[in-house]
Design a protein around this ligand. Sequence first.
Ligand code: DC
Length: 222
Amino acid sequence: MIITIDGPAATGKGTISARIAEKYKLAYFDTGMVYRAVGLQMLLNGDDLENQEAALKIAQNLTFPQMIELSKHADFRSDAGSHAASVVSSYAEVRKALLAMQQNFAKNPVFADGSPAQGVIYDGRDTGTVVCPDADVKVFIDASPEVRAQRRYKDYLAKGINADYNQVLAQMIERDKRDRTRSAAPLKPADDAIILDNSHNTVEDDVAFVSALIDEKLNSKR
Ligand code: DC
């Protein structure tokens, strides 16, 4: 069973995917991590983010264990890290170099402790269109930029980070624009994806919605 959950930033994809992974005993791949790992390595190397050659070299040499190691760094999910990830993810060659690593995960899915899983849930921007076009269930989650900025803003405040809502909204709109208009794998729903606008939903509503789609698929396979 392969499930893909795609959509823009701050739609709650990660939270929903983790909950579904636990419920259905699926291994979980947060595919944004591959771009965050390359972006962070560029920052650590002092590379100019516009240097596509440098980004490509890092992407070609990235291994799964290195990605996990980089994910422990403070800048992996910081604003600077998010910006770097967004820039390197717009490079077609970088995306191509990171594809096999993402696709291979579904061939032999394992949990963090190395034990085998029944299947995989991917979350990202292109997992239903490019990474796993043959996935069993594809969901594209969306919400208005204002709702997503409000969620991100509240996350910052909860973490004690000083933030300005209007600035968070402006960054959200800028990142959306880059993700949706880049020529390589722009953010868009797969033709056979189910669209979920969760602007007014709770996480429980979303988990129930995705669970119903998976249960329907499982029943049809019996
Ligand atoms: O989901 P995230 O915020 O961790 O993603 C980080 C960046 O990587 C974001 O700008 C979009 C990009 N990304 C992508 O292009 N394709 C994916 N499958 C996942 C993330």
